[in-house]
Design a protein around this ligand. Structure first.
Ligand SMILES: [Zn+2]
Length: 117
């Protein structure tokens, strides 16, 4: 299998996801592998009390978005590690080859279709 095209795809996706993560979070200064959500600055007047509620809401939303992005990020990272180790494209559960069409649709797939259920 030509893993190089998947590698390129995964690296592009990693950059995209990391860019999105920077919109809603920042790296924890004491642990660069850990991201924490940030409040989105709505550009509103801090004197307005309603903004506090708005900011809390954006913080909660950002935390949820960040969680999803982080999971995605880790999946892509682990797929890239597998390419390096030469184990890319194997189902994590059964060890069989993941069909190439599946990898084309989702290069960070960890399992075959059967085991993803
Ligand atoms: Zn499987």
């Amino acid at each position: 299998m030509d893993t190089n095209k998947f590698k390129i795809q995964l690296e592009n996706e990693l950059k995209l996801v990391e860019g999105e993560m920077k919109d809603v979070g920042r790296k924890n200064p004491s642990n660069p592998n850990d991201w924490e959500p940030v409040e989105t600055d709505m550009g509103s007047d801090p004197a307005d009390n309603n903004d506090v509620a708005d900011e809390m809401e954006s913080f909660g939303e950002n935390a949820a978005v960040l969680n999803r992005l982080e999971a995605r990020y880790n999946d892509i990272k682990s797929a890239l590690d597998k390419i390096k180790e030469g184990t890319y494209g194997k189902c994590e559960i059964g060890g069989e080859d993941i069909p190439e069409e599946r990898l084309e649709a989702n290069p960070s797939a960890k399992t075959c279709i059967e085991h993803s259920k």
